[in-house]
Design a protein around this ligand. Structure first.
Ligand code: FAD
Length: 309
């Protein structure tokens, strides 16, 4: 992993920076590249604009590692209200949550109850997605997911291709016909548990995607969301899917708001399912640092905003 990427990911964990950085106007200006605004209304308006291009959305209210029960409950309530607003606006939008924002650090039973409340109020044809956080949370997240999946069909979970363990996790998830969002992984993980080289992560991603899209997975009812902006990988997967007779509509891609916009429109126009994850909220610092770490060129963009300020 590059030094810049590692430094940004270390910085993303700094409370000192988290408290100070958002005060700078050039930071706030740069954030707008990845986020339509801090309010749910901004996210819903962006979702409506994307829907005009047949692009669905997944909405997430930024926040993680909540250490207070009342705060976790208010996040759950926020998502329940958001569900209503999505329904009222008739938007093709789903919701994605972080378990540490719903109280996982406090008590896993309490967190499960919050998740269950949200899935119960998610329309049957939509999925409530669960993000994957740093490696110490992977077992807890998958355990909670499996428990939720035993009770509800419409709940999905994210897995990270950079972890060596994910091949086993995907095998288990396929066997229960899960809904799975496959990503490369956004955190700073040690070489003992995660591929340090990008080429190995990319290869792992391709193999896991094949497992999630294969005939066995489709028979089991798996919904696979291929969440990447990597155009070479997308092309390779599209070619492989066509060779397997997988219809374009059965191949679902997900990307982040503001990244590879032209590719998002192109994939939707070609007939693939395309969804864009929109993040919003004021707690954006750690999330924003992870976005910077994903692409060193984003630092130039930040620098330009600093000097134009
Ligand atoms: C819908 C969605 C949900 C996600 N959920 C999670 C999650 O729950 N847990 C988790 O660990 N990670 C999550 N991620 C992040 C993911 O792990 C990666 O860090 C991120 O997607 C970058 O990897 P990539 O697959 O796009 O490939 P990369 O090889 O990193 O990028 C490929 C190309 O995409 C473009 N690109 C990628 N990132 C950026 C960026 N930030 N800014 C500008 N251009 C960029 C660049 O052109 C780059 O060359 C999610 C990603 C998506 C799309």
């Amino acid at each position: 992993m590059g030094l810049m990427r590692r430094s940004l990911l270390v910085a993303s964990q700094s409370q000192w920076l988290r408290e100070r950085a958002p005060r700078f106007a050039f930071m706030r200006r740069t954030v707008t590249r990845f986020m339509p605004g801090e309010d749910a209304a901004d996210a819903l308006a962006a979702a409506a604009r994307l829907a005009e291009n047949r692009i669905a959305t997944v909405l997430t209210h930024l926040g993680e590692n909540i250490a207070d029960r009342a705060e976790a409950e208010s996040v759950a309530q926020h998502y329940l209200d958001l569900n209503e607003r999505i329904r009222a606006a008739n938007l093709p939008a789903e919701i994605s949550v972080k378990l540490t924002q719903l109280g996982l650090d406090l008590d896993s039973e309490f967190c499960f109850a919050n998740v269950a409340r949200l899935v119960e109020r998610t329309p049957a044809e939509k999925t409530l997605w669960i993000d994957m956080e740093q490696s110490p949370y992977v077992d807890l997240t998958l355990d909670l997911y499996r428990r939720a999946r035993a009770q509800f069909r419409n709940v999905g979970v994210c897995v990270q291709a950079y972890l060596y363990r994910t091949v086993k996790d995907v095998e288990n998830l396929v066997s229960i016909g899960a809904s799975v969002r496959l990503v490369k992984g956004a955190y700073n993980e040690p070489a003992e548990i995660a591929f340090p080289k990008k080429t190995d992560v990319d290869e792992s991603y391709f193999q896991l995607a094949q497992m999630l899209l294969g005939a066995g997975a489709r028979r089991a009812g798996v919904r696979a969301a291929i969440a990447t902006h990597d155009r070479a990988l997308i092309q390779r997967l599209c070619a492989w899917a066509a060779s397997q007779g997988i219809a374009k509509r059965e191949l679902e891609f997900q990307m982040l708001y503001g990244i590879q916009r032209a590719e998002q429109v192109r994939l939707a126009r070609e007939g693939h399912r395309m969804a864009v994850l929109i993040s919003y909220g004021s707690y954006w610092f750690p999330w924003f640092m992870r976005r910077l770490a994903e692409r060193p060129a984003n630092m130039l963009f930040l620098a330009r905003n600093f000097f134009s300020g």
